[in-house]
Design a protein around this ligand. Structure first.
Ligand code: PRX
Length: 647
């Protein structure tokens, strides 16, 4: 923890939307009378039929129900595209920067309108209707945004699967939501390397009962792929056959907008469901205030649309605000480690939003690759995805932002739809490593293990006491799991799964997950998922997976593996298991370290004591706690002496 404090520069306090006094009064209004506050701010989007009701939510056990603006009618694509045409039809909506620095493209709001409508017509001609699910498995190309908005226009529910997931993971997600239509590309391109997306789709469909009816394939690299006649069609050929006018479906505020699968502590990934109006109001309002977005600003969020950050802060929030949003296909160190800053200079980016893991990896390459670029256009920096360590924060602030750009450290989750705890750049002093204070309408509380609400400076688990418009509404197809996962640990409150501290100024410091979820390079991974991939290998009898501190990734994946009787623990097998998990889930789930363990620490009733495994992976041998209740206390010594070294 750092005790440094950076006051709000007076120029920021003067010109930002909100200064400190304004934040205090708006925050008080938002929590004292949510109906009045959100009733007013709900008008920031355009409505086909206005709402008359604002908040209708309950966190009561057994009756969790979340509705916002429930009798209003609108359409998200209309709000992100059509309504801007009169005022800024010729303004650039999306700047696309390709993997190679030679490739970029500007798409105006008018062009975006044409592209979205054409694709919506292509989908409609294939029978896609309001409420149908469409899976999107695309690289970071403009067609990903067109696809999201085309679904929203028709009222179809999109489910984006990150391009780094394996065919197995893709198949699971397509089957779970029953999508009959898939949008993909021939191949993706990242850091000069090709990703076989269409081949993965074909492999996934082979595993799906009843297959899918339609696959639309964007030609990204022009690589040769198999096309199944009657099922597969090239995107460019399909859009050439349709008009660029497609009516925007009137959607009830609570009609679903998208599903996004995310990992939890147990079971398969959950389909987090977000709906129409509350989500859009919240995404657009947070985008405007937190990034202090003013018309004409060039805004860049480096996330992938496969994650929630890409949904809310590359596509929906910025486009609802009529912003110019930059979409980047590549990676931070290709072709050189100056790439981010070269892109900033090339497109004169004013607002830059990235993840701590990217900062830490660029930090390793030193200051020179940053300093050889100008970055004069930068005004504000943002961080998201995991706690940012003060060293990385200071480097980002001093080297990248030249002590001129505030950093907004934004805490939120797939489930929250938008940012919940964050500084506002004109209002909040900054403390490196703290996400600071709640956004309007957000009521964080810190509770102890028994659920007692702690007051003042304290440390415990982070819960949110009441609903906000961007909150997820349910787990797709499993409302009981929704209640169980988020509302049963502390009945009547939304449990975030994160631990946190609150200091004497009331600032929040997120300390990381307190459940069996680990955060690898800002990506969420359920340890149970990696374990079930490992035990699916014929030579593995048992596996336990925990996180360990990793210099670049934040957390790495540490797997303890017990082999079947008679199987030799070799280096080769270790590699084979890493490759196996990559194939089963995807490269982001690759274990960093595998320790072959003849036995795992278990209680006498057979429960694996993960606390002990975590401590060993963290090198905290002294604080293993009581091991006397183990069925075989001897296994601990063996585990310690065969501890794998960090890379
Ligand atoms: O542990 C918190 C961490 O990321 C988790 C949410 O992951 P996901 O749903 O994939 O969404 C990531 C992008 C919003 C949280 O439970 N997290 C996210 N942002 C921060 C963070 N931890 C600390 N500080 C943050 N700014």
């Amino acid at each position: 923890m750092s005790d440094k404090v950076y006051d709000v520069p007076s120029a920021w306090a003067q010109k930002a939307y909100v200064d400190d006094a304004h934040y205090q009064s708006m925050y008080a209004a938002s929590v004292n009378d949510p109906d009045a506050f959100w009733g007013e701010h709900g008008k920031r989007i355009d409505w086909f039929d206005p709402f008359t009701k604002v908040k209708n939510t309950s966190f009561d056990p057994g009756h969790v129900s979340i509705k916002w603006f429930e009798d209003g009618v609108t359409n998200v694509a209309y709000n992100c595209v059509d309504r801007h045409l009169d005022e800024r039809g010729d303004q650039v909506a999306i700047i696309w920067e390709g993997d190679s620095p030679d490739e970029s493209r500007n798409i105006t709001y008018r062009e975006l309108y044409g592209e979205v409508n054409k694709l919506a017509n292509v989908l409609r001609n294939r029978g896609v209707e309001k409420g149908d699910r469409v899976t999107i498995y695309l690289p970071m190309i403009p067609e990903a945004a067109f696809a999201m908005l085309a679904c929203a226009r028709l009222g179809a529910i999109h489910s984006i699967v990150f391009g780094g997931f394996s065919p197995d993971s893709l198949a699971g997600r397509v089957s779970d939501c029953g999508s009959k239509c898939l949008i993909t590309a021939d191949e993706g391109l990242r850091g000069g390397r090709k990703v076989p997306l269409k081949a993965n789709v074909d492999a996934a469909i082979d595993q799906i009962d009843g297959g899918v009816d339609h696959v639309i394939v964007v030609r990204r690299t022009g690589g040769k792929v198999d096309m199944t006649p009657g099922r597969d069609v090239y995107y460019d050929e399909a859009v050439a056959m349709v008009t660029d006018e497609c009516p925007a479906e009137p959607m009830n505020a609570e009609d679903p907008l998208f599903i996004l699968y995310t990992s939890g502590s147990t079971g398969k990934p959950k389909g987090v469901l977000h709906t129409t109006a509350g989500y859009l109001v919240y995404a657009s309002m947070t985008h405007q205030y937190i990034f202090d977005y003013h018309p004409g600003d060039i805004y860049w969020c480096t996330a992938d649309v496969g994650w929630v950050t890409g949904h809310s802060y590359i596509v929906y929030g910025p486009l609802a605000n009529g912003a110019t949003t930059l979409m980047f296909e590549g990676i931070p160190n290709y072709p050189t480690v100056s790439r981010f800053w070269d892109v900033v200079d090339k497109h004169k980016v004013n607002i830059f939003y990235t993840a701590p893991t990217a900062i830490r990896s660029l930090m390793q390459a030193g200051e020179e690759p940053v300093k050889r670029t100008s970055r004069a256009s930068l005004r504000l920096l943002g961080s998201v995805g995991e706690p940012i360590n003060p060293e990385a924060w200071e480097w980002y602030y001093r080297v990248v932002g030249e002590e001129r750009c505030p950093i907004v450290d934004t805490w939120w989750q797939t489930e929250t739809g938008g940012i919940l705890i964050t500084p506002l750049p004109g209002a909040t002093k900054l403390k490196p490593g703290s996400a600071t204070l709640p956004f309007f309408g957000v009521l964080p509380e810190v509770v102890d293990a028994e659920g007692k609400v702690l007051e003042g400076p304290c440390e415990g688990n982070l819960v949110i006491a009441d609903s906000w418009p961007g909150q997820m509404r349910t787990v797709y197809g499993d409302h009981e799991r929704f209640e169980q996962t988020y509302f049963s640990t502390y009945p009547g409150k939304y449990f975030t799964g994160d631990g946190c501290r609150r200091d004497a100024d009331g600032f929040y410091w997120i300390t990381g997950r307190v459940d069996d979820v680990i955060n690898v390079s800002g990506h969420r991974m359920g340890t149970a998922e990696v374990e079930s991939a490992l035990v699916a290998h014929p030579k593995v009898s048992e596996a336990a997976v925990v996180g360990f501190p990793h210099d670049i990734k934040g957390q790495g994946i540490y797997a303890y593996v017990t082999l079947m009787e008679g199987v030799e623990p070799t280096e080769e097998l270790r590699k084979e298991l890493v490759g196996w998990v990559r194939r089963e889930i995807g490269p982001i789930a690759s274990p960093d370290l595998i320790q072959f363990a003849p036995g795992l620490p278990k209680t006498r009733s057979g429960k694996i004591m993960r606390r002990i495994l975590r401590k060993i992976a963290e090198d905290q041998f002294e604080s293993l706690g009581d091991t006397s209740t183990l069925a075989d206390p001897g296994v601990v010594e063996d585990l310690i002496s065969n501890r794998q070294n960090k890379r």
